[in-house]
Design a protein. Structure first.
Length: 258
């Protein structure tokens, strides 16, 4: 294949006058010019977040996107109720002699909705993978569901579909994770993922990938230690000259706001 790509959450107060107004709010609402106003629903708040991550290798669906080298990644996300949107970017470096691609950056745009039903959270969205200066951009549809079986044990399943008329494909992923109680300011968690990449028109390049990792959250900083592997063939991995699909350990550290 030419490329195995993707792809994976304001309320502001402006000045002392608004702070004073907020402290004078009634218990079940707010007052504005003497009139009672209903408090905004918890699920209808506007939210935003930034993140910046450094990683020893950008691995996507089991395949290194940086020829096994480190890179920097960043994201900006917004949400309102069940709606969300965001942008994510990373440095990339492909096996140019084989792929004929000389991209140095990937930018992903995504949007969707996350409704809940009987304790399960669904995710229906779209993702656009843009490589500036290259014509091999990708578009995917996404449908997923996640939830907690017991306290702090979460599971999920997601399907991605690329409706490319020149060769569509599907990706199927399952995840499981567990978050431990905080220990001296550190919140550990473990998680694992298994995925299957299905090229509908060329089963010879189908492959399975998986990872398992430990994350340590300290405030808004997260340290992630992760093992990746695949059963991808040389054909999928750009020939025997490439080690981009081999097993590897990846270390990442990220900071997020808020």
């Amino acid at each position: 294949m030419a490329r195995s790509h993707k792809f994976l959450s304001i309320c502001g107060v402006a000045g002392a006058a608004l702070i004073a107004c907020a402290t004078a709010a009634v218990a079940d609402g707010y007052e504005y010019e003497g009139k009672a106003m209903a408090a905004p629903e918890e699920g209808r708040k506007f939210t935003y977040s930034f993140s910046l991550t450094g990683t020893s290798d950008y691995v996507f669906r089991g395949i290194s996107q940086t020829e096994n080298d480190p890179t920097i990644q960043g994201a900006f996300d917004i949400g309102y109720g069940i709606f969300y949107a965001g942008v994510w970017a990373s440095g990339v470096d492909f096996v140019e002699d084989v792929t004929l691609l000389d991209d140095t950056i990937e930018v992903d745009y995504y949007a969707g909705i996350k409704p809940t039903w009987h304790g399960a959270e669904f995710d229906f969205g779209v993702i656009y993978y843009w490589y500036p200066g290259d014509s091999a951009d990708l578009f995917e549809l996404k449908a997923g569901v996640s939830g907690s079986l017991i306290d702090k044990l979460s599971t999920g399943a997601t399907v991605y579909y690329n409706p490319n008329v020149n060769g569509d494909y599907g990706v199927y992923e399952g995840t499981v994770g567990y978050e431990f109680h905080e220990i001296r300011g550190i919140t550990p968690s473990i998680d694992a993922l298994i995925g299957y990449f299905d090229f509908y028109d060329n089963s010879a390049t189908d492959y399975t990938y998986w990872n398992a990792g430990l994350a340590l959250a300290v405030g808004n900083i997260t340290f992630d230690f992760r093992y990746w592997d695949t059963d991808a063939s040389d054909l999928t991995c750009f020939g025997a000259i490439s080690s981009t699909c081999d097993e590897r350990f990846v270390f990442s550290v990220g900071v997020s706001v808020p």
